[in-house]
Design a protein around this ligand. Sequence first.
Ligand code: ATP
Ligand code: MG
Ligand code: FE
Length: 347
Amino acid sequence: MIVMGIESSCDETGVGIVRWRDSGVCELLADEVASSVDEHARYGGVVPEVASRAHLEAMVPTMRRALAAADIDRPDAVAVTIGPGLAGALLVGVAAAKAYAAAWGVPFYAVNHLGGHVAVDTLEHGPMPPCVALLVSGGHTHLLHVDDLGAPIVELGTTVDDAAGEAFDKVARLLGLGYPGGPALDDAAREGDPNAIAFPRGMTGPRDARYDFSFSGVKTAVARFVEARRRAGDAIPIADIAASFQESVADVLTMKALRAAEDMQVDTVVLGGGATANSRIRSMIESRCTTAGVTLRIPKPRLCTDNGVMIATLGAHLISAGASASDLRVATDPGLPVSTSILAGRS
Ligand code: ATP
Ligand code: MG
Ligand code: FE
């Protein structure tokens, strides 16, 4: 069975194609992505209208490239991100998926973007044991309990304000590091002392939710620190601020991921999302997993950011678990909860 996955929930237009193997893993046949990230740079964040227009322009060419790379005329099934994501951006991918599925006469599966971030790891690391997944990107911060990729995923916690990547971008902007600022901040932090400034650790108090996150407090603390320095006419220690901020975010993310793994009694932690590229999040989760005797799985960077392969892979897992195809009348759901892996849409 060959499954195509279409992704358009944010600023990446992705079309991926995989072949399902009976062993429960997929073989990657095509991975085509077009990103509009450069078009958003001057606004300092993803502009929904700009993203939607870019998807419209990129969708058919990306689809054609994927079919050519996989050397097929059509897949056996089409899976698409139905949510969560930007409403207008989602519409483009979903309209394309419906049109192609109908024209080819193949079933259509409306699947959850977040589940795709977890499922994609099976391509490199094999079948997924029960695990805790930590997803960190520009739009999402989720701590998930995954028992089986073919079954509903349980959300343990999420951010109550900014996403982790968004916090990196905002702090980077404050420090004049450009957009997207995550990678630049990571670089700046290399020269800094992570213990130079004691920035707060959000949501770690005894009364705070066990698995939720908050990054607006640390972001505001950085803003106040910079402002005070500026007013006093002092130099801004960019490297120390970057390193100390990064340390706070990495500390909370990794501490809660390991706490969840212990509580759920799983021995595997899976990472996903573009912010997993962060060097400190990586080194800290690696050492904490080693200490706890937990296996850490991180997809390669290209598969951590948004792509179509992750949607194809989740689709393949759901199909093999017996999921029925979605109705072609199913509507996009920008706020789709992670527990809904596939939206049937039948009335
Ligand atoms: P979505 O939220 O829908 O998954 P997105 O486009 O917002 O999509 P990604 O493309 O997965 O997110 O990742 C981009 C985010 O990851 C940006 O916020 C970026 O700053 C952040 N990021 C990338 N590299 C690093 C890094 N080395 N350190 C910190 N943050 C990073
Ligand atoms: Mg992106
Ligand atoms: Fe994503």
